[in-house]
Structure formats: C-alpha cells, structure tokens
Design a protein around this ligand. Sequence first.
Ligand code: UPG
Length: 408
Amino acid sequence: MQTSAVQRSTLGLHTLEQYEALIGAAAAERIAAKADRVRTMRVAHISSTFYGGGVTELLTPLTLMMNATGIETDWHLIQGTPGFFGCTKKLHNTLQGTSSEFSEAEKTIYEQVVFENATRLHLDDCDAVIVHDPQPLPLIRHFSDREMPWLWQCHVDLSSPHAAVWNYLRQFVEQYNAAVFSLPEYGQHLRVGQHFITPAIDPFSAKNREMSDRERREFLGNYKIPTDRPLVTQISRFDRWKDPMGVIEAFRKAREQVDCTLVLVGNNASDDPEGGKILEQIESAADEGIIVLSVDDPTLVNALQRSAAVVLQKSTREGFGLTVTEAMWKGAAVIGGNVGGIRHQIKDGWNGFLVNTPDQAAARIVELLKNPNLRKELGARAKESVRQNFLMSRLLEDWLDLLSKYER
Ligand code: UPG
C-alpha cells in the first residue's frame, strides 16, 4: 500500500517527535517534559460522536497523541436517539444566540438519555474526566461521589447565549470543577473556575498533509470538479451558522465581474439532525457554476483547500473554525466571517480577510481572483500564523498545563 493510501485509511497516530521539524527541538522537549509530569494520570474524554464535526476532528489526534506521549487517555461516547439529538441541536443553536425556549418535555428527554448513558459509564479509575459540549453535560449529576476533577469543554460560540437556556445549563456546568472555553470572550459568570484553550489542527492528517499536484488534480477529477475556471470553495458541515446561502449570494455577485466556479462541500455529524434540511436548501438554490457535494472525504477537503483560489468560511457564529485553520495551513487566501474564533485567526488584510456581509465577501472574492500576488502574500502569512499558534502540539501542551493543575 502506498503511504498516501495508508494516511487516508488510518486514524493518524502521530508522535511529538514528528512535530520537531515544525516547532523546533526546544519546544518538542519542553512539551515532552510537561508530559512526564502528568504521565501517571489516566484521562477520559466524553463526547457524542466519532463521526463529523470539529470535536471529532480535535479529539482524534489529541487522544492518540496523549497516548503516544504516555498518558493513558480514553475516549467514551454517549448514545442518543433522534429526539435527543433534536434537543441537543436546539441547545447548540440557542447557545449560539437563537431565541427559542427549551421546554420541560425537551429537558426530560435530554436528562433521561444522559442518565441512561451514565449507567453504562464506569470512570472510577480515571484521574480526570473531560466532557465535551452540551450533549453529555448533565452526566456530572450521576457521579456525585467522584474523587477526580471533571472539566466541561464548550466548543460553541458563546458570545451571546440565550439567557434562559444558559441559566438552565449553568446548573450542570457549576457542578464541574471548571469550564473550558475556546476564547476569553466566551467566559461566563460562574461559581467554578474557567480556562481558555484554543483548538488546533493535525498537520499530518489525511486532510492536512502535503499533497502532490498530480494527486490533487486526480482527486478533483474523481469528483468531476472542473478546473478551467478559478475555484471558490466553502467546506463545512451543512449548518445554518456556516451561512451557505450567504456564500451563494456572494458568489453570484462576484461572478458578475469574474468568471469562477463555486464548490460547496459538506458532511454531516451523526449528532446533527439539521444537516439534511440545510443541504436541501443549498441544492435548490444552486444553479450554474455551483457544485454541491455531500461527501465525507478528508483527502478531497485537502485537495480543494490547496486548489481553490479563494476559500470562504462565511460563518455568522463560530466557536473557533477549524476549516479556517486548515485552509490557512495550506497557504490559501481565506475570507472568513468576522465572528468568534475566526477573528482570532485572521488579521484582516494581513493573512486573510474578514467580512460581515455577502456584499463584502463578493468584493473580496473579486479582489483576490484578480490579484494572484495578493493571494500568495496572504497565504504565506496565513501558513506561518498557523505554524506558530494552531498546531496540535500547542493544544497538547495547553492540556498538559491544565491537567497538571488538577493532578492529585
Ligand atoms: N469537514 C469535513 N468534511 C466536510 C465538512 C467539514 O471533513 O465536508 C471537517 C472540517 O474539515 C473540519 C471539521 O469538519 O475539520 C469541522 O470543524 P469546524 O470548522 O471547527 O466546525 P464545527 O463542526 O462547527 O466544530 C465546532 C465549532 C467550531 C470549533 C470546533 C472545535 O462549531 O467553531 O472550531 O467545534 O472546537
């Protein structure tokens, strides 16, 4: 089997030593020394899916790398029903600012399914438990005699959560030892500690590894993506917060001035019930020059981010935005929504562009399509900013620092 085929077909176990060439020997040694200090800890992560979405994207390399550095790290999933994931998607949306009530019936479904999952989780051997996002949040209630610290990590954009829903969830959050948010501005008034850890990407994964031009072209060909015109792309879960309709509007306006092709690629996380409806909306709006692909293929994501003249991530809320990091790592010219974590990655006009409206996005698409040198300059700075700030080795180090605070 060829190396690239192996990379596509494995989970992607990478060691700290592999990062040395990217972060330098001194940084790799510093992180290894920190790992030594917490090596005797056994850590459990709990989330709601192995398939799709940013949390999976983070936990796959992080949990493998923690084990590779000698820290016994487990990853448990909770199971849900369609009704349960309907409730938790509503929590996700209201945390990001949608105004709708979470009814008593929804609370009953949410809490009962989490309780049922709790009966199957046996965590006594752990030294720390890290629970991700709202889906498994109420688990803590069922571990009242716990001795180890429990941390809740929230991945969503908490800049303006719906007050009543946040107050309901806060009763669970405050039973944890601390909450972990992606950015300082997501901090809340809480009676427990708060920490801030920004996400990161695995540069060696199938999605982010180097790729030859031949392989890249081959992949686009496999999906019948034409390359006779410059490509503009957005690759994201089919989700209202990623604003795919705004992307289509911006593309249509831009195409009045420069000919180009829009490729919208999306997959669906197994805990997200809204994806089908959003995909239908996109498909019925897509006309000539717009290709919509609903596939789960990390190598296609890699090939597209490397081939596109412009990568969009026109989100209207974004906890962090791994798709932005991934494209910047490939030296792409990225236009991002001026929200949440995207603002921490793109410095407007320096390593990409930030936009607030489809009109602004259209103007930036045109500017970038007409100016290959600008694309190159922004892309080179984008890649360097990811190297310095958003690689998995930094995320590992942040977790090691945090866990050492809770070592018993
Ligand atoms: N992806 C694919 N194929 C697709 C579409 C997406 O592989 O067709 C991947 C994408 O490459 C990325 C991940 O799915 O790796 C999506 O992550 P992200 O862009 O971060 O979005 P979410 O799924 O919404 O992830 C949540 C937050 C986000 C945060 C992330 C990690 O909404 O803001 O960065 O969690 O904290």
